[in-house]
Design a protein around this ligand. Structure first.
Ligand code: 5AD
Ligand code: SF4
Length: 456
């Protein structure tokens, strides 16, 4: 049985896409391996959002293809956003590369790989020189309906949580972002397909789903509202009604299209978790405009306030870019003040990275690395101080934890998450995995919470 190794960089969407590709190999009679040296097929799912992510994937593939002990029949492929954006130029950088598969072509990967591998193994029987010229494949075209192909899950025991891809693509064209060109136009899956997928996951023991989309709240954007409710809110309502499903999350929404119906959903949808990851990007209106983010900071803040009014214990996390071209010290300080005012539970802070063919890469006022670094560190200190304070305030409270499995740092303990998505470490046996248990928070070491099962 041929063995496949898939390494994934980037976002949860990529994790989900890799899972789909893995299911196709398993259905085709292959097995998955997490040991690259024993693999017959090596795939790297790439991210293009920042240059660092691209360099990591290129470096990894370089190392793998140049290993002296590498078996000559091994098939090497890139998939994902960097594959989409760089296309066949990747073959020039990496002569041993066989496949470059774009973001709308994942459902063809198995066929391409299997074809190359079979030919290579057959040829090995009679030609040890393995002359394989012309066997490489680059497929980065658009394909109608490709979003509907991300729907299968690996049968995994002991998993309580799953990602479900509900839409693909982005048409927002933020001036710094490569995603619209790598992921294409916004395409949503039919609602019934998503409901069927979630019901099937629940039958396999899944308690929590996270709905994924580049702009998840624009799901079904072309469908008319029904009773003032968008297709996304109607989907949330449908999922909320599924017996056995306990928790619903989604990531990531955009302030555009974030209307009252979605804010209100936090009042009446009991399974919608008290956490939202809501990218702010900047607290300066001038920079938001240069970023082509079509909202003002006050609008963003008022949305956060409305959601907190609807769901008082809501945790809000965000993405922020520092060092965008032309960002002055005052612009940066506006971002810092917005962070303090909103009081995020946590934030991912990114240093602006110029991306191929994006308007911001050609803007005047590109900032030196030292300025990006200094703003990154300063903002991180602010974000961390707030996060630590918020976690400390949870000590003594009781939280419902969905137990996910053994803790990564100490396999004798278990780790789970609160509805606010905060990780909690508890003592307990493996029979608790996949259950929702009441836990009293006893300690916070800053970012990690510790607790003990609360008596009933
Ligand atoms: N440079 C830095 N950060 C970026 N992001 C997107 N594009 C860039 C870029 N060119 C960040 C945004 C987005 C997150 C996924 O990555 O904050 O929300
Ligand atoms: Fe990129 Fe903006 Fe689309 Fe998000 S909304 S994926 S940041 S273009």
């Amino acid at each position: 049985m041929p063995k496949v190794f898939i390494k994934t960089y980037g976002c949860q969407m990529n994790e989900r896409d890799s899972e789909q590709v893995a299911t196709m190999f398993i259905d085709g009679g292959y097995t998955m391996t997490d040991r690259e040296h024993e693999a017959d097929v090596i795939l790297i799912n790439t991210c293009s959002v920042r240059e660092k992510a691209e360099l990591k994937a290129l470096g990894k593939m370089g190392l793998l293809t140049r290993r002296p002990e590498a078996k000559p029949h091994v098939v090497y492929g890139f998939m994902g956003c960097m594959a989409q954006s760089k296309g066949d130029e990747l073959f020039r950088a990496l002569p041993r590369l066989d496949l470059v598969i774009g973001t709308q072509k994942y459902h063809h990967i198995f066929r391409y790989v299997d074809d190359i591998l079979r030919k290579r193994l057959e040829r090995r029987m009679d030609d040890l020189s393995l002359s394989l010229a012309g066997s490489s494949v680059c497929d980065t075209d658009e394909e109608t309906g490709s979003q509907n192909a991300i729907r299968d899950h690996l049968a995994q025991t002991g998993h309580s949580s799953a990602f479900v891809s509900i839409m693909q693509g982005c048409e927002m064209r933020c001036s710094y972002c490569i995603v619209p060109s790598t992921r294409g136009a916004e395409r949503s899956r039919p609602m019934q397909d998503i409901i069927d997928e979630v019901e099937s996951l629940v039958r396999q023991g899944i308690k929590e789903v996270t709905l994924l989309g580049q702009i998840v709240n624009r799901y079904g954007k072309d469908e008319p509202a029904v009773d003032g409710k968008s297709a996304f809110v109607r989907l949330l309502e449908q999922l909320n009604g599924i017996d056995g499903l306990e928790r619903i999350r989604f990531t990531s929404p955009h302030p555009i299209g974030f209307r009252e119906d979605l804010v209100n959903a936090y009042r009446y949808l009991s399974k919608l978790c008290s956490h939202i990851h809501f990218p702010m990007q900047s607290g300066s209106d001038r920079i938001l405009k240069l970023m082509r983010r079509p909202y003002k900071n006050e609008k963003y803040i008022s949305l956060c306030e409305s959601m907190r009014e609807a769901r008082p214990d809501l945790a809000i996390t965000t993405d922020i870019i520092v060092g965008f071209p032309g960002e002055t010290e005052e612009d940066y300080l506006e971002t810092k003040r917005a962070v303090e005012r909103i009081g995020f539970d946590n934030a991912f802070i990114f240093q602006y990275s110029p991306r191929k063919d994006t308007p911001a890469a050609a803007m005047d006022g590109q900032l030196p690395q030292s300025v990006k670094e200094a703003r990154n560190q300063d903002l991180l200190a602010t974000v961390n101080a707030i996060a630590i304070e918020k976690n400390a305030a949870l000590v003594g409270t009781e939280q419902l934890i969905l137990v996910e499995g053994p803790s990564k740092t100490n396999a004798d303990r278990l780790s789970g998450r609160t509805p606010q998505n905060k990780p909690v470490i508890i003592e307990g046996g493996s029979e608790l995995i996949g259950k929702i248990v009441p836990v009293r928070i006893t300690e916070s070491t800053g970012f990690t919470l510790y607790g003990e099962i609360a008596p009933c």
